[in-house]
Design a protein around this ligand. Sequence first.
Ligand SMILES: Nc1ncnc2c1ncn2[C@@H]1O[C@H](COP(=O)(O)OP(=O)(O)OP(=O)(O)O)[C@@H](O)[C@H]1O
Ligand SMILES: [Mg+2]
Length: 337
Amino acid sequence: MVMTGIFDREDGRARHASPELIGRGWESARLDSLLERSRLVTVVGLGGVGKSALAADAVERVGRTGTTVVAVDMAGFNGVEQVFHAVGRSSSEALLLVDNCDRLPGPAAAALSRLLEARPGLRVLITSRRRLGAADETVLPLAPMQLNDAVSLLELRARQLGTPLPDNEEARVTAGRICLRLDCLPLALGLAAGRLPDRGPRELLARLSERGGPLGLSGVGTDIPGRHRTLRHCHGWSHELCVAQERLLWARLSAFGGTFTRTAAERVCEDEQLSRPEIATAVDGLVGQGLLEHVNERPELLRMPRTVQDYGAEWLTRLGEETRLLERVLMWSRGLL
Ligand SMILES: Nc1ncnc2c1ncn2[C@@H]1O[C@H](COP(=O)(O)OP(=O)(O)OP(=O)(O)O)[C@@H](O)[C@H]1O
Ligand SMILES: [Mg+2]
């Protein structure tokens, strides 16, 4: 059976149409053009940043041109058999969406390379928190939303929940501050909007401003995947994908409280557990997952999104390293390291 449209992974039922995207005009256009030029495109970025939403939207456009589209959601799978199964059912000219491919980038890369060789009419779109590492993979890193779009999304979700934000300047400023506190992450904005009926924007902002405040925001609904129930689950999923050095560095870098240079990261975080070369590699690994961002595209200057920092800070406390790291950051800032 040839399938067109987007299909549910288990029973082949048509899934609901992708929800309308807010913003992302530039990213959508970029993805369309990459899909025309490359047979293997991977959208990568932080958990909840909107990779699956962007991909579903692009795939729907391709489907409307009459091309066969097959989608497989890998979130619950640890093997590549699902991919072969899905491809086996597609026609010779097809676009395959392999969504949420986080858990098996290595094996998936090898399997997809073989598939692409065997099926010249096949194109593949992946979403994953990190790149696959396949030879001819084109990577589209997806950053958090623009602030204006994030505010529009929060307003939309508030309206949908029957508690529209007040139409005044103060409410708009508060909404903007909520979005910034939540790194303009669409997942977090949806979770936060769920609290607006009880709390209202000002009280919500006050709660979020507390240390670690955003991590416990929880969503309701049985169709929410486990990793999207709270931001703690969301970043925890990334934490599990990290290697040991990346996890330790993530915790330690949270002590900077925002922006820092690579050199500062190396000097402050190095010890017998984590050497400078290991730190350099781990920084690249964290950047690759969107857990660190370059500031103004300067390779030396790095920033950790605030909710990622919240998550790292919890680990730093758990590791018993908080006081030591805060002291080291202070010493660095005074030129003593
Ligand atoms: N541009 C957008 N406009 C409206 N809603 C969005 C947008 N981007 C994402 N969302 C919503 O935000 C939530 C998280 O998005 P999505 O599932 O695409 O994130 P993701 O990056 O794929 O996360 P993960 O890494 O966990 O798979 C979803 O409910 C999605 O519908
Ligand atoms: Mg996804």
